[in-house]
Design a protein around this ligand. Structure first.
Ligand SMILES: NC(=O)c1ccc[n+]([C@@H]2O[C@H](COP(=O)([O-])OP(=O)(O)OC[C@H]3O[C@@H](n4cnc5c(N)ncnc54)[C@H](OP(=O)(O)O)[C@@H]3O)[C@@H](O)[C@H]2O)c1
Length: 285
């Protein structure tokens, strides 16, 4: 095990709350397995303190940080540079301190896509139904839109789905539409869907028995991906498995977005298997 010394470099998570984050176990396991002299800590930062905290990153020489609720959008104001995809998505979850310039990225976007491709799911030409239009949905939609044959975004607040779809159409010139997250819309859209993605928070702990889709709309020809990772097997995934659908859990997205951040900070590709085992043990423990 690498010990903390006078030259240990610091990475962190900035958010409020941060106490339940799985990122420290995931990143510290990867640092240790590669023998890198880095440590990852959670730093609770209240909204009113965000600017001072970000200024402190530069002055303290912190190597990089992740950003979580509620700072993913507001942090953008305090950065020197933002990756074009993160700018389009409108949220940053990873920042690197590169030559005293803070550069922001969104690794949720590609992380979600890697979770799907890692499970052998290709999106090219497929019909993808994406539920939600919040931060996770926006991030996922920007990596899915260029590939999918048709992307349908359904959200409880319909106007957000419609606005996201029209924003994506301007950027990608693809078949993309938005609508309300109702049982009627699900009934119409799911019958010929190849991939269903839940990026709403429905089904998340403690409301584990909630499910955004009725079981009788799920079918064995589709892949069902749930961005929710607590619990690991949501009710949606359990029901999808029972009808014979392929399933992908949110933990793989969490690991892949973390692996992309790790590479941005260190320049080194981390071991996905080590990170996965570390978060699985933390969730199950
Ligand atoms: N696996 C990963 O790496 C990863 C990464 C990011 C997020 N996530 C997970 O993804 C989920 C969403 O996160 P987020 O950051 O996108 O949150 P967010 O920005 O707050 O968005 C929440 C989304 O859920 C919808 N929603 C909430 N309650 C609902 C309900 N009762 N019925 C229908 N829709 C409902 C909201 O619809 P309205 O617009 O109508 O409010 C919105 O679309 C969370 O569970 C989070 O843990 C996972």
């Amino acid at each position: 095990m690498t010990s903390i010394t006078s030259t240990t470099k610091l990475c962190a998570l900035i958010g409020d709350p941060v106490e339940h984050s799985l990122s420290p176990v995931m990143h510290n396991a990867a640092f240790q397995s590669l023998g890198l002299n880095y440590v990852y800590l959670c730093l609770r930062v209240r909204s009113a303190e965000l600017k001072r905290a970000v200024d402190g990153v530069e002055s303290l020489g912190i190597l990089g940080f992740n950003v979580t609720i509620p700072h993913k959008v507001s942090v953008m104001t305090y950065l020197d540079e933002i990756d074009p995809i993160a700018k389009d998505i409108g949220a940053v979850n990873t920042v690197v301190n590169r030559d005293e310039r803070l550069v922001g990225y969104n690794t949720d976007s590609l992380g979600g896509l890697r979770a799907l491709s890692g499970a052998g799911v290709t999106l090219t030409g497929k019909k993808v139904v994406l539920l939600g239009a919040g931060g996770a949905a926006r991030a996922l939609s920007f990596s899915i839109a260029p590939l999918a044959g048709l992307l349908v975004i359904l959200n409880r607040t319909e106007a957000k789905a419609v606005a996201l779809a029209s924003n994506l159409r301007r950027r990608f010139d693809k078949k993309i539409r938005g609508g309300p997250l109702t049982q009627d819309a699900l009934f119409t859209e799911m019958a010929d869907a190849d991939v269903l993605i839940n990026s709403t928070s429905v089904g998340m702990h403690p409301k584990r028995e909630e499910c955004v889709v009725d079981e009788d709309l799920l079918h064995s020809r589709m892949t069902v991906f749930d961005a929710v990772y607590n619990p690991l097997e949501t009710r949606l995934l359990r029901e999808a498995k029972s009808v014979g659908a392929k399933t992908v859990d949110g933990l793989s997205m969490l690991v892949h977005q973390g692996a992309l951040a790790f590479k941005i900070w260190t320049g080194v590709t981390p071991p996905i298997d080590v990170m996965t085992r570390a978060v699985e043990a933390a969730v199950e423990g």
